[in-house]
Design a binder for this molecule. Structure first.
Ligand SMILES: Nc1nc2c(ncn2[C@@H]2O[C@H](COP(=O)(O)OP(=O)(O)OP(=O)(O)O)[C@@H](O)[C@H]2O)c(=O)[nH]1
Ligand SMILES: [Mg+2]
Length: 295
């Protein structure tokens, strides 16, 4: 039997559940998820094998009207992800419906092969789904429509079975057991950023970045990992540290737990906080994330 392999981009408005969907489809936590918008900052590929088919899912940042340089780079990466893929999954938060944010995304996908995915159906009454599907299908043709809950897993088997047949014939592009194209350094930085997003409030999460600065494999099989948390203002530092260092300690311990689960070995994690007012203007931070620096 011949093999299939293809890239399937996951695009949509911020917070639609794209990263949750990616993780559910690859059955591993390769992308971070929070209740906040703009959690994902770059493209992350998660791999899944179904029979003779290998699917490379590409999670992308939520598409919005960019207000500053980092958002511009994020939104560009999302559109590029969509245009480079064999197939696009348009993820719509069924609870929010076909709002302005969703319309912006649909508008940019003209001419591309798109599968409509209504997500979060666990939150929505059944009788609201059909009118929403009709509204969306009135704007353009979709190759197929699925109603799913990335959270409960409802509907995902059908979606996966469809995709396994829909991607092109061809040789697999990644080793059979590979889960993601992201480096361990990036995954580790993302995990810490997730814990910071979950614990910090308002604007603070958006003005910080995390970089893995050192990684040492130790003889006892554990890894020693050092990371720098960049904050934009001096007065953000005490907030990230917390009273007597309680916040950063909790962040570090939660991140270490996830990292150990991901790597399957013990991790010693060291976090440093640095004030860098202009990190969103530093091309180096974009390179870390695999983003293009918008001039
Ligand atoms: N109830 C419910 N919640 C969901 C579902 N899918 C995602 N969520 C929640 O929606 C929130 C956003 O999920 P993410 O996966 O981070 O969304 P995203 O589209 O990747 O967001 P950005 O990366 O910020 O664009 C989280 O709180 C998820 O737990 C779902 O099917 N049902
Ligand atoms: Mg995301």
């Amino acid at each position: 039997m011949s093999t299939r392999c293809g890239f399937v981009a996951i695009v949509g408005a911020p917070n639609a559940g794209k990263s949750t969907l990616l993780n559910a489809l690859v059955e591993a936590k390769v992308a971070i998820v929070t209740h906040k918008v703009q959690t994902t900052r770059t493209r992350i590929t998660g791999l899944r094998v179904v029979g003779e088919t290998q699917i490379a899912f590409v999670d992308t940042p939520g598409i919005l009207d960019p207000k500053h340089r980092l958002e511009t780079a994020m939104v560009r990466a999302a559109w590029e992800g969509a245009h480079d893929a064999d197939l696009v999954l348009l993820v719509i938060d069924a609870g929010r419906g076909f709002d302005a944010a969703a319309q912006r995304v649909v508008g940019g996908l003209a001419g591309l092969p798109v599968v409509l995915v209504l997500n979060k159906i666990d939150l929505v009454a059944r009788d609201r789904l059909l009118p929403l599907t009709a509204d969306l299908n009135a704007t353009r043709d979709f190759k197929a429509t699925f109603m799913v809950s990335a959270k409960t897993g409802n509907g995902l088997d059908d979606l996966l079975a469809y995709l396994a047949r829909a991607v092109p014939e061809g040789p697999w592009l990644f080793p059979k057991d590979q889960l993601t194209d992201a480096s361990e350094r990036l995954l580790a930085a993302e995990i810490t950023r997730e814990k910071l997003f979950l614990r910090l409030h308002e604007e603070l999460p958006y003005s910080l970045a995390v970089e893995t600065t050192a990684w040492e494999e130790r003889k006892d099989g554990s890894a020693r990992v050092e990371q720098t948390i960049y904050v934009a203002r001096e007065n953000h530092r005490p907030i990230v540290l917390g009273a007597k260092g309680a916040t950063i300690k909790a962040v570090g311990s939660a991140a270490r737990g996830d990292l150990e689960a991901l790597l399957g070995r013990r991790v010693h994690l060291f976090l440093h906080v640095k004030v860098k007012p202009d990190w969103t203007d530093d091309p180096e931070r974009y390179r870390d994330l695999g983003l293009e620096f918008p001039r």
